[in-house]
Ligand binder design. Structure first.
Ligand code: ZN
Ligand code: ZN
Length: 272
């Protein structure tokens, strides 16, 4: 899954912050999008395998030699944060966004999305880290073909924008609608009149756990938030009135008197 890091870095260079905010990839016309969405189910001929949980996903990455213990937690975090997957009963279900991004990446970056290529790449990176391989020649061999694919994708990859309405009017311009947008650090709420209206709100991801401090008295709920440096933490929906916070969901569950979740324990063990 090293491609996710590469993909993000390449976007950073060529997109201005404004372009980067709020869209997964730049625009596409309605008909193109419909055709693309129609195409996707037809490409999946075989019965899909059972959906991964975080634990089985990590185990599978291990089997394929993709990623390293230090990157598993980040990988799972990134695919959730960017809404490539959503959780249902601990299973990670690909979202429409996830399917579109995956199909486009497989089409435009076949090497990097290939299991064996990625596993081999990880081995070579290990060799460099251990001083058994020289990094200049490695990077040259990797980057020349990658640069060509990048150039091709820049020119030819269809431009897609998905919009998800919040169902409220913009309180700032009182004309636009609030929509969910995707920025560098995940979801946020913005206005359909952007760039004329730059109103934004934090998007709150509810955990379904009552705030251990004020839940009983005031009905506060624990929500997922992101620190300025992009780290996920948990806080109270009533912030700033209630300042409860914790770094890990496991801590929140403990504070709320709930039993720990099995899958989390597995991921943390394997990642540390
Ligand atoms: Zn507005
Ligand atoms: Zn609270």
């Amino acid at each position: 899954m090293g491609f996710l890091a590469l993909y993000e870095e390449s976007r950073d260079e060529d997109a201005s912050p404004d372009e980067d905010e709020g869209r997964i990839l730049p625009e596409i016309s309605e008909n193109e999008l419909l055709n693309l969405l129609k195409l996707i189910p037809e490409q999946h001929f075989t019965q899909p395998p059972p959906r991964y949980t975080e634990a089985t996903l990590v185990r599978t990455l291990e089997e394929y030699g993709i990623g390293r213990p230090s990157t598993y937690a980040a990988t799972v975090d990134v695919i959730s944060r960017r809404d490539y997957v959503e959780r249902k009963d601990k299973r990670l279900i690909p979202t429409e966004t996830g399917k579109i991004v995956n199909d486009l990446l497989v089409q435009y970056f076949p090497d990097i999305l290939d299991y064996e290529f990625t596993a081999h790449l990880e081995d070579e990176l290990d060799d460099i880290a251990d001083g058994r391989m020289e990094w200049h020649s490695f990077l040259g061999e990797f980057y020349a073909p990658f640069e060509k694919q990048l150039e091709n994708a820049r020119k030819n990859m269809p431009r897609i924008q998905q919009e998800e309405y919040v169902g409220r009017e913009c309180p700032s311009c009182e004309d636009g609608q609030l929509i969910i947008k995707y920025g560098r650090w995940g979801k946020f709420i913005g206005c359909t009149n952007y760039p004329d209206c730059t109103y934004t709100e934090q998007y709150l991801e509810y955990t379904g756990i009552r705030c251990p401090v004020c839940g009983d008295e005031h009905g506060g709920e624990v929500v997922e938030r992101r620190s300025r440096r992009g780290r996920t933490f948990y806080g109270c929906s009533r912030y700033p009135q209630c300042e409860y916070s914790a770094w890990k969901l496991a801590d929140v569950r403990r504070d709320a008197g709930l039993p720990p979740e099995e899958d989390e324990a597995v991921i943390q063990d394997e990642a540390s």
